[in-house]
Design a protein around this ligand. Structure first.
Ligand SMILES: [Zn+2]
Length: 161
């Protein structure tokens, strides 16, 4: 089944079509159909290529974002590991004068009491007594804890986007 298409074309295009048909030994109609079909495929492919290029650009941007999130999570993990190791170091002595055993950052910030005598350590976070922690030590510990918590927050909320 076929239909007729009337189209007025410039003389130069008509001459080129005649030459194309003559060179291939086909009718003018066959030449026009062949060239139109190829032109339509090429135009369709242009759209497909543009779509693929757009999708590739989006995928590349997403990959870069995932890589950045991974690098950030690895840094945060390193921070948490360092904090975990540092929290096991002795940072002072138990405020219970009868005990006086060393306490670790972990005991102060995570457990909240002396591992030997169960003396609560919350007073050490707001130094008031002469037996309390060195303020610099507390500052370092709290800074590390804050950094670790921010890292956890960034890892959890940052990578979910
Ligand atoms: Zn104690």
């Amino acid at each position: 089944m076929s239909q007729v298409v009337y189209a007025r074309v410039p003389d130069s295009l008509k001459d080129a079509l005649d030459l194309y048909a003559e060179e291939r030994g086909v009718t003018l109609t066959s030449a026009v159909v062949d060239l139109l079909e190829r032109g339509l495929v090429a135009a369709s492919d242009e759209t497909s290529v543009a779509d693929l290029e757009t999708k590739l650009a989006i995928a590349s941007a997403e990959k870069a974002q995932v890589e950045a999130n991974l690098a950030g999570a690895q840094n945060e993990l390193g921070t948490l590991r360092a904090f975990g190791q540092r929290s096991l170091q002795p940072i002072g002595v138990c405020p219970n004068r009868a005990c006086g055993k060393p306490i670790r950052g972990f005991d102060l910030l995570a457990v909240g009491h002396c591992p030997q005598c169960q003396q609560p350590l919350t007073d050490l976070l707001a130094p008031r007594k002469p037996n309390s922690l060195n303020e610099r030590e507390v500052g370092v510990l709290l800074g590390a804890l804050g950094g670790a918590l921010m890292a956890v927050g960034a890892a959890v909320f940052g990578s979910s986007r």
